[in-house]
Design a protein around this ligand. Structure first.
Ligand SMILES: Nc1nc2c(ncn2[C@@H]2O[C@H](COP(=O)(O)OP(=O)(O)OP(=O)(O)O)[C@@H](O)[C@H]2O)c(=O)[nH]1
Ligand SMILES: [Mg+2]
Length: 646
């Protein structure tokens, strides 16, 4: 019932200029990522390109194609930030070149630790040369996270090795962690443009939460508000885009001039902009010189770039290969979050020198003293509680969570007590889940309800079972989630439906009129009612209206064959139970005679009593399953239980 797609993985290319990245993507996907005229004329990638294809297993994968030329490395940095895996391209004839190394270093700084190596242009070299190239590549990868990444020899021009490459990518993506969903979506914008008839469109790779059509968003920095008019992934329209997917968002209320690469789309109030970020900086061993206190650097974070001064919080310099705490003081406001990875470069001669993860977004300048550093160290050192919490991004049993976070049994119990007591984690049936992940689940359910109300305003709400399966939770955990949301008055249960508290299924005047006329017909001979077909043709009681009335409890629907007023069903049940109490069993014919119904109606009515656990077949007869008192209690309740029984 939801039109939510699962997250679609994104792969970024990397590698030296002219090594065949764009040609390979074209061969793999049929889409030429070089979309600018200048790119086609010069035969080189200048800005980011995008393509997508179905993997052998059927899942879509998106590609971000980056330029290899050093002059356009800022574009490369804007595209590579939030990919799931890299496709590192090395031409067999040239082997490892300077931008191969620089891109590798950048991948390391950004924590991109999975990928596939494509040894391209295999048609240009013989076997011996290819073997040398492989040794060369493995040498360059030694000591990096990609050291053991699969390497596939390919030729785009001869279409060799392409299937094998896709299979390797599929394997690597298969064990990539699921994208974080903390219910605070942000879309770092990598492109913005206008489309005739649509207005402003921005694209990017979505992080940290889902975006839905109709959502209000703020464009940061600046804070202009707009609304999402449409969403697409790979040219397909979606109601909801999931974190990790490539997303094109059509915005209303935002001029094209108001949004550009480097800005971030987020829910109003959910993300701050800052000019100060504390970072533990690592300098690349290859950096040409130490980073000095207060040196001016260029910072790339998300799709943004800005100049900054690096105020070192300890010592006068960070030497190549060393790490140290710094507070970056940006020249312009940037929308970043704690944990975001950034890359720093020297402006001239232009060179990538290091990077790190944002540890703190203080609003004031940090003093250069030992206490400052100690506080930052403490803040970032993983405590048992925070390690446990990190493992609760999805519901896990305490045992699973402890194992995942490597906690000893005694550590585990106190850490669990701590995170539950301070509200950072929430119990969910047999499991625990972090508050952020709980909120993401809650948002997902509430959104499913809102969508159901929008699409079928007559119905009581969203189907509980469909919502459960959309969330992928066990019955127990889902039950606990719903119970909590109901207790917090964020949700109400109506029979087997879930609804937002403010939702009132509304019949139109015309529908109310049709219902009145049908009710009169149903009441004429309650146990021999007109058939659903008759009700529809004579009174306009169509299927949708029947479903809505059944949910309201105005009628009882037995399969597709019959519709009764609730009193008729209760009356029938009482007659049957009385007879069963008196004589132990009842035949179909006797039930018909006693109730004044017909054979055609008695069969589904008796079946209904079986389904509700009152009676059971015994040969050709029915016998009572419950005690007389319980049976009578149940009769009173079952006309209010919604349409489809237990
Ligand atoms: N013979 C042969 N030539 C190839 C192959 N793949 C790419 N080429 C050629 O290599 C040249 C560069 O290819 P591109 O795909 O533009 O390289 P790129 O890595 O995207 O380059 P930048 O985007 O500028 O970094 C083009 O002339 C391609 O035709 C291949 O498998 N075999
Ligand atoms: Mg290219």
């Amino acid at each position: 019932m939801t039109s939510e797609a699962s997250a679609i993985r994104v792969v970024g290319t990397a590698g030296h200029v002219d090594h065949g990245k764009s040609t390979l993507l074209t061969a793999l996907t049929g889409i030429d990522p070089d979309r600018l005229r200048e790119e086609r004329e010069r035969g080189m990638t200048i800005d980011l390109g995008f393509a997508w294809v179905k993997l052998p297993g059927g899942a879509d994968v998106g590609f971000v194609d980056v330029p290899g030329h050093q002059d356009f490395i800022r574009n490369m940095l804007a595209g590579i930030g939030s990919i799931d895996a890299v496709l590192l391209v090395v031409a067999a004839d040239e082997g490892v070149m300077p931008q191969t190394r620089e891109h590798l270093a950048i991948l390391g700084l950004l924590g991109i630790d999975r990928g596939v190596i494509a040894l391209t242009k295999r048609d240009l070299v013989d076997d011996e040369w290819a073997a040398l190239a492989v040794t060369d590549v493995r040498g360059a990868l030694r000591g990096t996270a990609l050291a053991d990444a699969p390497l596939v020899e390919v030729s785009a021009t001869e279409r060799r090795g392409l299937d094998e490459l896709l299979r390797a990518l599929e394997r690597v993506l298969g064990d990539a962690p699921t994208r974080r969903d903390v219910g605070r979506p942000r879309l770092p914008v990598d492109r913005s443009f206008t489309m005739a008839g649509f207005g402003t469109v921005v694209t990017g790779t979505l992080l940290d939460g889902s975006l839905a059509v109709g959502d209000e968003v703020a464009v940061l920095p600046g804070g202009i508000h707009g609304r999402i008019r449409g969403l697409q992934t790979h040219r397909r329209s979606l109601e909801v885009a999931r974190p990790g997917s490539r997303v094109a968002a059509n915005l209303s209320g935002v001029d094209k001039e108001a949004v550009s690469r480097g800005m971030v789309l987020a829910r109003p109030g959910s993300l701050e902009t800052t000019t100060l970020a504390a970072v533990r900086l690592t300098l690349l061993p290859s950096a040409s010189g130490a980073l000095e206190h207060d040196e001016e650097v260029k910072v790339h974070v998300g799709t943004a770039e800005t100049m900054a001064r690096a105020a070192l919080l300890e010592g006068a310099a960070i030497a190549p290969g060393e790490t140290g705490w710094a507070q970056l003081r940006f020249a312009t406001r940037v929308a970043v979050a704690v944990g975001d990875r950034l890359v720093i470069r020297r402006p001239s001669p232009s060179e990538t020198i290091g990077g790190g993860a944002v540890a703190d977004l203080a609003t004031a300048r940090l003093r250069r003293r030992a206490e400052t550093v100690a506080a930052l160290e403490r803040r970032t050192a993983p405590s048992a509680a925070s390690r446990l919490l990190a493992s609760l991004d999805v519901p896990r049993t305490p045992g699973e969570a402890a194992q995942r976070s490597g906690l000893a049994p005694d550590e585990r119990d106190s850490a669990m007590g701590e995170v539950v007591a301070d509200g950072r984690a929430v119990p969910l049936g047999d499991a625990l889940v972090s508050r952020d992940a709980f909120e993401a689940l809650a948002t997902h359910v509430l959104r499913i309800c809102a969508q159901a109300h929008r699409k079928t305003p007559l119905r009581a709400g969203a189907s509980r079972e469909e919502a459960r399966s959309a969330l992928g939770l066990s019955a127990k955990r889902f039950g606990a989630l719903i119970a909590r949301l109901v207790a917090d008055r964020r949700l109400v249960e109506r029979g087997s439906a879930l609804a937002l508290p403010e939702h009132q299924p509304q019949l139109s005047e015309d529908q109310e009129r049709r219902w009145l006329s049908a009710r009169t017909a149903l009441a004429r001979d309650p146990l021999q009612p007109p058939s659903p077909t008759q009700l529809e043709s004579e009174h306009g009681l169509d299927r949708e209206l029947v479903a809505a009335l059944a949910e309201r409890g105005d009628i009882v629907r037995l399969g597709t064959e019959a519709v009764f007023l609730p009193d008729a069903v209760t009356h029938f049940a009482r007659v049957v139970v009385d007879e069963l109490v008196a004589s132990g069993s009842i035949t179909v014919a006797r039930a018909r005679d006693l109730s004044g119904s017909s054979r055609k109606h008695v069969l589904p009515l008796l079946q209904f009593l079986d389904d509700r656990g009152l009676t059971r077949r015994h040969g050709d007869d029915r016998i009572l399953v419950l005690t007389p008192d319980t049976a009578r209690e149940r009769i009173a309740s079952f006309t209010h239980q919604g349409e489809d029984g237990p």
